[in-house]
Write a protein that binds this ligand. Structure first.
Ligand SMILES: [Zn+2]
Length: 258
């Protein structure tokens, strides 16, 4: 059943119209019809359709016969036959032309809607494709961002590593410098200790020398004392000798006098 445009059709109605306009199921052999409660149900008469079924009441809803009542195939579920018996007389020519005009306008409107729907669907499909493409690019950007962040983290880690290494190298250089100073200091101290040992040795030698000299001086003093004693002794001897000489002279004199 077609629907007239009221300017507020929903997507569902558009789709239903689209489906209606592209219905490829085989058209029933009878005219299109609508259900009217005033004229429906089986007709109480002797007429039969090709299925030998009672005739059913229809109201035509297509072309120049729109609104004309007719009796048709009474089958509900089987394939309908083309038995048609018009109840109303043919419409006046002006009414038929008006109805054809209205149906033409409807079909043009429907085709326009179908065309619009196709354009809408095409644009929608393109938008879906663009959205998918954008989502794909977004994913790629996310991945690139992740890779970049990972690279930055690695680079930062590397820089920290380099900075740590440089700091460690500086510390090693400083320690080497300190080690060199300590070695120099130890060498200087060893040299000083050697000098002290040498001086101690020389001091000891000097002390020995001094002791020897002191001992020699003692001996010299003793010898001087002995010499002085000997001189006294010699002087006494000379004195005694002189006295003996005097005695001998006096004795000689005495002897010569006798
Ligand atoms: Zn039939």
């Amino acid at each position: 059943m077609p629907s007239w445009s009221d300017g507020e059709s929903t997507d569902d109605s558009l789709l239903s119209e689209f489906d209606h306009g592209h219905n490829i199921s085989p058209r029933p052999p009878m005219p299109e019809s609508i259900l009217l409660h005033e004229f429906t149900g089986y007709e109480d008469c002797d007429m039969r359709c090709k299925h030998d079924m009672p005739m059913y009441r229809y109201v035509c809803f297509e072309g120049a016969n729109t609104g004309r009542r007719f009796l048709g195939c009474g089958c509900k579920e089987e394939v309908m036959c083309d038995t048609v018996h018009w109840v109303d007389h043919e419409w006046p020519c002006t009414l038929k032309k008006s109805l054809v005009k209205i149906w033409t306008m409807y079909e043009e409107e429907r085709d326009s809607r179908i065309h619009g729907n196709v354009e809408y669907a095409t644009k929608n499909y393109q938008l879906v494709l663009q959205k998918k493409e954008l989502e794909k690019k977004n994913l790629e950007l996310h991945k690139q961002l992740g890779d970049t962040l990972e690279y930055v983290a690695e680079a930062t880690s590397h820089e920290l590593e380099v900075a740590k290494r440089q700091e460690a190298e500086l510390q090693v250089a400083s320690l080497k410098e300190e080690k060199k100073k300590l070695e120099f200091e130890m060498a200087r101290r060893l040299k000083a200790e050697e000098d002290v040992a040498t001086l101690m040795e020389e001091k000891k030698k000097v002390e020995v020398e001094v002791a020897k000299r002191l001992q020699a001086e003692g001996i010299i003093a003793s010898l001087k004392e002995e010499k002085r004693q000997l001189e006294y002794y010699v002087a006494d001897l000379l004195k005694a000798h002189h006295a003996h000489k005097e005695k001998m002279k006096k004795i000689a004199e005495i002897c010569s006098l006798e």
